[in-house]
Design a protein around this ligand. Structure first.
Ligand code: AKB
Length: 316
């Protein structure tokens, strides 16, 4: 009798900003029963009602292994992490969560219990001595944040597990992600999402970054598309096993405010940089994503004009 191959995917950290939209997109593409959402808390209504959910702690190897065995999981997307601004407040907690969760999943891959892994890296792997403009795939990397250090170490672990144990791990260096479905938590690039929300709710915003802080950004639909495309790409096309640079647009808070003012002319912004300014200053302002374009056909669809239209329409 032919063996039934389940090909179930497990999303760990499914209730967060990226996890929610990734889970919904995967359920649409592959069928709800094949995509198991998991987190340490329940998520929004749309996510919870769209398919199976399990309480799983990303740092608990036994709990993840149990779910993998009982649900026939062959692919894991590890989206649980502590982001840059929060990680500066809780350095050891951030290191422990970000590293332990990744090693748990890599070890499941090494033991042959799962076939494929997605793990997100970030532009935060770069630092003050990396080229700021059009930052290349390979460059000096000297991150100055706990989050960046954990992402760079994570990339090295991914590459090591691939070389040494043949683990099929795939990763992207996400820029700041703009979305309206689920609120982000604890990032430095989150000012942009806050700005859209405040523009709609009270017409004013006090920005925690300086008006000239240029950072790489991307609309969530593009980030999800890139993730699905990378995971679908034939194995021989995946030439980079640390993480691929990914780019769509870059802008400053002042340019974002101007783009919002095209829709809400009375919108007012003032600038009161806090500790997050130093984090932003250490990151690239734009990224070179030629490798992703060449290896698996990456091409973004959303620029700032289109993103602002979508964000304002959906937040309203
Ligand atoms: C953050 O701001 O911490 C994240 C990131 C750029 O990885 N959005």
């Amino acid at each position: 009798m032919a063996q039934i191959v389940q090909n179930t995917s497990l999303i760990i950290g499914a209730c967060g900003q990226i996890g929610t939209e990734l889970t919904l997109a995967l359920r649409k593409a592959k069928g709800a029963s094949k995509i198991i959402a998991s987190d340490i808390r329940e998520g929004g209504e749309q996510l919870m009602q769209s398919g199976p959910f399990e309480m799983v702690d990303a740092t608990d190897y036994g709990a993840i292994e149990d779910t993998v065995i009982h649900q026939d999981v062959s692919e894991i997307y590890l989206m649980a992490a502590m982001l840059s601004a929060t990680a500066e407040k809780f350095p050891e907690k951030a290191w422990s969560l970000n590293m332990k969760s990744l090693l748990n999943i890599l070890n499941l891959g090494k033991e042959g219990k799962i076939k494929k892994i997605f793990w997100p890296s970030s532009i935060a792997v770069f630092g003050p001595n990396s080229p700021k403009e059009n930052t290349p795939q390979q460059a000096i990397m000297d991150p100055t944040t706990v989050y960046g250090i954990s992402k760079l170490a994570g990339e090295r672990w991914c590459s090591y597990y691939h070389q040494k144990y043949g683990v099929d791990i795939r990763s992207l260096r996400y820029p700041g992600l703009l979305s309206w479905k689920t609120a982000p938590g604890g990032g430095t690039t989150d000012y942009a999402i806050e700005m859209y929300h405040r523009a709609v709710s009270n017409g004013r915003y006090s920005c925690f970054l300086d008006k000239d802080s240029r950072l790489p950004m991307m609309y969530m639909d593009d980030a999800i598309q890139a993730t699905l495309q990378l995971m679908k790409a034939p194995v021989e096309n995946i030439k980079i096993r640390s993480a691929y640079n990914l780019a769509a647009m870059n802008f400053t808070p002042e340019e974002l405010a101007a783009s919002i003012k095209n829709h809400i002319p009375s919108f007012k912004v003032d600038y009161a940089p806090d500790f997050r300014q130093q984090i932003a200053d250490s990151w690239p302002s734009s990224m070179d994503d030629q490798a992703a374009r060449k290896d698996w056909g990456w091409a973004p669809k959303f620029d700032l004009v289109r993103t602002t239209k979508e964000m304002l329409a959906n937040i309203s």
